[in-house]
Design a protein. Structure first.
Length: 288
């Protein structure tokens, strides 16, 4: 926990306080939102905090040791900053959150209460509820090497080393049609059927710019390319929208060898014995 400055301690000891809470939310695209539950704007640390009653938080659960600090943020969806379209689009997923307790009469008297990220967001009835996860949440993730048949690397990362900027592994084009939320059509491509299965689709312009979705399947279809997504694109995409497709990988050693010629960097263990072998036991007989 951050220690309370002595000046703020002295203010609290007076019994008559002028306290408020200030939030700063930094999305993964770099856009910053800053709010305060005070009725006047405030500025400190180079950030201007605007008054709003559309955002509040439950009590912060903070502990010593490695336990995760948790809280929930609740608020109303408003044009002031947190719009329904952007929440649905996932633009606040994983956003960094910093919360201070501040003496609004003297903003220099403040204490950092929480630092972490936004987790799951639930939306209903014009309002939202966001889970706040503290910095120690990362310690709950599995660490070390996993012994499994599929490759543990993420396509294109440092362990994989495949260069996804090569033309063989990406395609950029203007969307031809989007008849359904998860079905898109583009021009014919030189890549074989299913080349982009399990890959990603990224929107390059329009209202959904910067958003991406996982590709369920892609196939040639009557002189065009039919792309099916697992989830629809929030905000929608229309004909003419620029898209980038990135190749996918099913994490098997065969695909690593044939599709990417990268078996030297395969990070799985394809010859691990299966459950049948592990549970086998000797029995009397001729071994047939």
């Amino acid at each position: 926990m951050t220690p309370v400055p002595q000046t703020l301690q002295d203010h609290l000891a007076t019994g008559t306080t002028t306290l408020c809470r200030c939030w700063r939310i930094t999305r993964t695209d770099g856009r910053i939102f800053a709010f305060t539950d005070h009725d006047q704007p405030m500025t400190f640390d180079g950030t201007a905090f605007v008054p709003t009653d559309a955002l509040s938080a439950r009590a912060l659960e903070q502990t010593t040791g490695l336990a995760v600090d948790n809280s929930e943020a609740m608020g109303a969806i408003s044009d002031a900053g947190l719009s329904e379209a952007e929440i649905l689009a996932g633009r606040f997923d994983g956003a960094r959150v910093v919360i201070w307790r501040v003496n609004w009469a003297d903003p220099a008297q403040r204490v950092l209460q929480f630092r972490g990220r936004i987790g799951e967001i639930e939306r209903a009835g014009g309002a939202f509820r966001a889970e706040l996860r503290g910095l120690t949440e990362a310690l709950n993730l599995p660490q070390g090497r996993l012994y499994q048949k599929p490759c543990r690397a993420i396509l294109g990362d440092a362990e994989c080393s495949v260069d996804l900027t090569l033309p063989a592994y990406r395609a950029e084009f203007a969307l031809s049609a989007a008849p359904e939320g998860t079905i898109l059509y583009g021009p014919a491509l030189d890549h074989g059927a299913g080349w982009f299965d399990r890959g990603t689709l990224t929107v390059m312009d329009g209202p959904a710019k910067g958003l991406n979705r996982v590709i369920k399947a892609d196939r040639p279809a009557n002189g065009s390319r039919r792309i099916e997504l697992w989830d629809s694109m929030p905000g929608g995409v229309t004909a003419g929208t620029r898209l980038v497709l990135q190749a996918g990988c099913d994490k098997t050693v065969g695909t690593c060898r044939r599709k990417f010629d990268n078996v030297v960097n395969f990070r799985g263990f394809p010859f691990l014995p299966g459950e049948d072998w592990l549970t086998a036991y000797p029995r009397r007989g001729n071994g047939a």
